[in-house]
Design a protein around this ligand. Structure first.
Ligand code: ATR
Length: 273
């Protein structure tokens, strides 16, 4: 049987085993997919031990191990290189461990599935952590006209933008986000988990805004989504579709089979709610 796993710390909350079992059932594969809690300083050993097992195909990697996974793997995937973070590892035929980052593709595919046009749009990205890093190059690849990062700690946004090294990537102070006149605002922070807004939605910030996207999927609609709706933004999307799409991309990398995600997002939503 093909073996998979997800590594994190904490990991109990992970929906990845459920999602991948749904994919496997849909495409007629029998797999095992376990959650593995690795010690904070013990990811590399744990991942290598898993991948050395007979039948191990690959694994997902979540907080706080994405940089460790990047350092462990051979990385050709541009999104992973740009993000300096890997969320998917795979044993190659010649014994190497390959690393990919499917988070950004997951976000872009979810936006496109939801009918959102990215091409030519001004995107405002709130937050400058690992979640933000992972989505920058895929959003630019999808044709965003500009991508402006705003973060509570501005120096971190500057660092992320410098690393992206693309003239379309800019930084703005959180107080000045209205100057971006964004069409799409993406919240990559965890502010919604504590019912906080990641940024002000007042003072013209939403004047041109068509879509707000919150990477958080718990307690959806989040305050960020609800307030944006009240202030007239037509489309609000939570991160559940991104979670399923990043998993689908990983499943495709491992099996060369692409699951139909629409039905699965609905089934996972029932579990989350
Ligand atoms: P992740 O890998 O999930 O992105 P992270 O690297 O810890 O997690 O980054 C969290 C991001 O959310 C940071 O940009 C953080 O802002 P700071 O750099 O100022 O810490 C942002 N963040 C977290 N809680 C927030 C809140 N309540 N309001 C605004 N930004 C918040």
């Amino acid at each position: 049987m093909k073996k998979f796993a997800v590594f994190g710390n904490p990991i109990a909350q992970s929906l990845s085993p459920t999602i991948h079992q749904m994919f496997a059932e849909q495409v007629g594969e029998t797999i095992s997919y376990e959650k593995i809690l690795a010690p904070v300083d013990g990811f590399v050993g744990a991942a290598k031990a898993f991948l050395a097992q007979e039948g191990a195909v690959g694994c997902n990697v979540t907080m706080p191990f994405k940089l460790d996974a990047f350092n462990l793997a051979k990385v050709d995937d541009q999104a992973a290189k740009d993000a300096q973070a890997v969320n998917t590892l795979m044993n190659s035929i010649n014994g190497e461990v390959l690393g990919y980052n499917t988070d950004g593709v997951g976000l872009v595919n979810d936006l496109l599935n939801s009918g959102v046009e990215i091409e030519g749009k001004r995107v405002l990205l709130i937050g400058a952590g690992g979640a933000a890093r992972g989505v920058i190059s895929p959003l630019l690849k999808a044709g965003a006209a500009s991508l402006t990062i705003a973060n509570r700690t501005k120096a971190k946004a500057d660092e992320v933008a410098t690393a992206a090294s693309n003239p379309k990537v800019q930084v703005v102070a959180l107080e000045d986000i209205a100057s971006v006149a964004p069409h799409i605002i993406i919240n990559s922070t965890a502010a919604s988990l504590s019912n906080e807004l990641p940024c002000s939605l007042e003072d013209g910030v939403l004047q041109h805004c068509e879509v707000v996207y919150d990477m958080v999927y718990k307690n959806s609609p989040t305050r960020f989504m609800r307030d944006a709706a009240e202030l007239g933004v037509k489309t609000q999307i939570d991160g559940l579709g991104m979670l399923v799409e990043q998993a689908a991309e990983a499943f495709y990398i491992w099996t060369q089979k692409r699951p139909d995600t629409s039905d699965i997002v609905k089934r996972v939503r029932v579990i989350v709610e």
